[in-house]
Ligand binder design. Structure first.
Ligand code: ATP
Ligand code: MG
Length: 463
């Protein structure tokens, strides 16, 4: 990353002294200006990470100048360097949100340190802002795509439950979007400014799970040399997302039940009861009701967490979502890889609609990412699809032909029928169904184009 620093001072000598601090720093680009106007113009046109300025401002009052800078670029750190250092001026400028204030003469190293701290803050501010924006936009409802009644219904539930602090249970096969929904609930709730703590119960060894959840007091066990907060406590004021909840032992389930029910707990080795203001969202890709029957999941905990269940349907049962999701991922990956806009051929769309999607939306996302990598032009064709998906077309074509053989059974009515009249009707229907596309109409009747054309002529349907 290249840092851009703007140095503004009306004295040429001072500009040189200040710029010298950056000599030899290959990741810093310095621009110098000599007037307020030029400085404000630069800040308007280009992005700078730091402004170093004096306060011998002739054209504007010094506070006006600082305010003008802040109104144009509120996040920029400013270091003020002045020969006229007086305490009054220092307090005044600090009140304007100046990052640091140095009076001349100063040691080169003192300025260097101030610069380093300011640049660090600048990059953190940017990073933070970017991360926050990314998070918020990712979990904005508009980025959760789906046209199917199932998805629309799930989003309606998400909207309703976001207004509350109720416990939510999200179930669905792997890759159906459970975590996405959990995050959407958090970021659209009043707790959005609080923490979102995520824990996958399956990823933590059983013997560590309890201390991870509840924390421990110093001396609770051999290596506990200091008190540590557990995830329930860390999530205070926010949301705790417990993923793969079925993977907890029955003993831990009993302790979790108490937190879900009473919002209180004790740390391991502790006696003090701690109140935790936390919203709990659970997720599972297993059928918890089945596990309850098998005695592997506590019934009371199941009822307690399933006050507000949201079930995510497998992708193969909500095919209306496949194309909109594919388009979303196409746009995402082509932008990320710096490619121009890419679309899908009709044949690819058909194959995507027919695939079983055992890995659900995550699998679709991976398939599209791979296709975008392989695609050299602006159209994804069958050759960019994994062979298992591309081949399914061949299978279905074979299945279809086999199916044609035994397709319809037809009983001749007692009074008989005219084979010609029936044939004419079938030919007419095939044309209608295929919107006059003769190749498709021929296919519907299991005929070659030639034979089909012959029949069209026979019944005077050719035009
Ligand atoms: N409706 C949707 N719109 C846009 N993206 C989605 C949608 N549903 C899921 N995704 C994306 O699909 C991927 C898988 O979703 P997620 O990780 O939430 O699934 P999961 O159910 O938690 O899976 P697992 O059970 O394997 O943990 C993520 O990248 C997510 O952003
Ligand atoms: Mg998940």
């Amino acid at each position: 990353m290249i840092y851009k620093v703007l140095i503004s001072d009306d004295e040429e000598r001072m500009r040189r002294v200040l710029a010298m601090v950056f000599e030899g720093m290959s990741d810093v680009k310095v621009v110098t200006t000599s007037s307020c106007e030029a400085t404000l113009n630069y800040l308007e046109r280009e992005h700078f990470h730091l402004l170093i300025t004096d306060l011998k401002v002739q054209e504007m009052g010094r506070l006006e100048f600082l305010r003008a800078v802040k109104s144009k670029v509120p996040d920029i750190p400013i270091i003020v360097v002045t020969a006229y250092g007086s305490m009054i001026a220092a307090i005044d400028v600090m009140k304007e949100g100046v990052f640091d204030y140095l009076t001349t003469p100063f040691e080169k190293d003192v300025l260097k340190m101030a610069v380093m701290r300011a640049l660090k803050m600048s990059s953190l501010t940017i990073e933070n802002k970017y991360l926050r924006q990314e998070l918020e936009s990712r979990y904005d409802f508009r980025n959760i795509v789906g046209n199917s009644p199932q998805t629309i219904d799930a989003l309606r539930l998400v909207g309703e439950v976001s207004k509350t602090s109720s416990t939510v249970l999200i179930t669905g096969e792997s890759g159906t979007g459970k975590e996405l929904i959990a995050r959407a609930i958090h970021f659209n709730s009043k707790r959005a400014c609080g923490p979102l703590i995520v824990m996958n119960c399956a990823a933590i060894p059983e013997n560590l799970l309890e201390s991870e959840l509840f924390g421990y007091e110093r001396g609770a066990f051999t290596n506990a040399d200091k008190t540590k907060k557990g995830r329930f406590e860390l999530a205070a004021g926010g949301t705790f997302f417990m993923d793969e909840i079925s993977e907890m032992s029955l003993a831990i389930q009993a302790k979790v039940l108490r937190v879900v029910e009473a919002k209180e707990m004790e740390r391991l080795g502790g006696t003090e009861t701690i109140k935790v203001d936390v919203r709990i969202i659970c997720a599972s890709n297993k059928n918890l009701e089945e596990l309850v029957k098998l005695g592997k999941f506590r019934e009371d905990l199941y009822y307690r967490i399933s006050v507000f269940p949201i079930t995510l349907t497998p992708l193969r049962e909500r095919t209306e979502d496949i194309i909109p999701l594919s388009k979303l991922f196409l746009k995402h990956f082509s932008t990320k890889m710096g490619k121009a806009s890419i679309s899908l051929t009709k044949e690819v769309e058909k194959l995507l609609l027919m695939h079983k999607w055992e890995g659900n939306i995550r699998e679709l996302q991976n398939v599209i990412e791979r296709a975008v990598i392989l695609c050299k032009g602006s159209l994804i064709t069958t050759e960019h699809l994994p062979s298992a998906i591309a081949r399914s077309f061949l299978f279905t074509e074979k299945d279809r032909l086999q199916h044609l053989d035994k397709a319809v059974s037809f009983d001749i009515p007692p009074h008989g029928l005219s084979l010609d009249a029936l044939e004419k009707q079938l030919v007419t229907q095939a044309l209608e169904k295929s919107k006059n596309n003769k190749t498709k109409a021929a296919k519907l009747l299991g005929l070659t184009r030639g034979t089909f054309r012959y029949r069209l002529q026979k019944y005077g349907l050719a035009n």
